[in-house]
Design a protein around this ligand. Structure first.
Ligand code: MG
Length: 339
């Protein structure tokens, strides 16, 4: 069945089922002129949005509609994590051609609702339009954070240490295999599966972000969407500081290392420039660094890595490579990586 057969209202009816996960503060969800909810007293509202366009940000040849739905919301949740916040409500706008199948939209909405359920996010509204040129997904996410816990990008200080959660490079390696998989059929299935999963199903670091915020130790934070190099540069520019990263300390997903070896590409480049790992990158005073590493290991069993230090602005943004040579860390990101 095609969308044109059920029309916009039919479509909205299908999407708006089971959208309120946490009804506590909701006055009105989908179905009135506006959604309405009670904002939590004494919290700051965080708002973020992300627009994804078919064949620019994603291609339907590499992911299922369900995976696409989940990831579309996950990347927004990651932005809330990077502020130390909790995601609460989302609005979903979809552009699709009228011959898109209803089943496709059902799966896409299912993916979004699955992710929403996982993080207790209510889908409270949105819009649907006809888009003759392909699928467009626009997600707005509303979250909240205590005013004294919000973590900005602009407040890193020289002398702070730079820390990253989890492991990097998996998403970039996964994207290469998804796009050029037939060239690399010799790669063991379990390894290919791990990196593809890293690309298709990122896990936003909400719990980690909350602990980092709660402990009030981070002087700045960002989520890694465009690559460590680009996103660290964003912190440095916002904070008017420099940085030095040690290549030897950058945590790379073992499966991404394996893929790099097998396809003769540098896995460190996946980690630095690949992007879409959605790990958290933050800075802390050296006195607090070991503690937060231990705390998150203990509470969540997630590895944190100290990868470098914040320097004075005039020292620039540098990386000590594996040969011990200090060079500029170029803010090449995702787009560059994809050529
Ligand atoms: Mg971000």
């Amino acid at each position: 069945m095609k969308i044109s057969e059920i029309g916009e209202f039919g479509l909205i009816n299908r999407i708006s089922r089971d959208t309120i996960i946490n009804p506590k503060n909701i006055l009105l969800g989908i179905g009135d002129d506006c959604a309405a909810y009670y904002a939590s007293p004494d919290k700051i509202t965080l708002i973020t949005c992300d627009m994804l366009v078919e064949n620019i940000h994603f291609t339907l040849s590499t992911c299922s509609p369900r995976q696409l739905g989940r990831k579309s919301l996950a990347v927004n949740i990651s932005d809330i994590a990077a502020m130390g916040g909790i995601p609460r409500h989302t609005l979903l706008s979809l552009g699709a051609s009228s011959d898109t199948s209803v089943e496709f939209i059902d799966q896409l909405a299912e993916g979004i609702k699955e992710e929403a359920k996982l993080f207790e996010v209510n889908v409270i509204g949105g819009d649907t339009v006809r888009s003759p040129l392909g699928l467009v997904i626009n997600i707005t996410l509303i979250g909240e954070v205590e005013p004294d816990l919000v973590v900005k990008r602009s407040t890193a200080r020289p002398g702070d240490l730079i820390i990253v959660t989890g492991e990097l490079g998996g998403s970039a390696a996964g994207l290469i295999l998804l796009l050029e998989g037939e060239k690399y059929s010799a790669i063991p299935l379990n390894i290919a599966k791990k990196v593809k999963l890293a690309h298709l199903s990122p896990v936003p670091r909400i719990k980690e972000g909350r602990i980092i915020a709660r402990e009030k130790i981070a002087t700045s934070m960002i989520d890694i969407s465009d690559g460590l190099a680009s996103d660290l540069t964003r912190i440095c520019e916002a904070s008017a500081v420099g940085a030095k990263v040690y290549a030897s300390e950058v945590p790379i997903l073992p499966a991404a290392k394996e893929v790099g070896k097998l396809i003769k590409r540098d896995p460190l480049a996946f980690a630095l420039y690949g992007g879409e790992d959605y790990e958290l990158l933050f800075t802390v005073s050296p006195k607090k660094a070991e503690n937060i590493v231990k705390l998150i290991k203990k509470e969540l069993d997630i590895k944190l890595s100290i990868i470098g230090e914040v320097r004075e602005k005039q020292e620039g943004i540098k990386i000590e490579n594996l040969q011990g040579k200090v060079v500029d860390l170029q803010p090449k990101g995702y787009n560059h990586f994809r050529g």
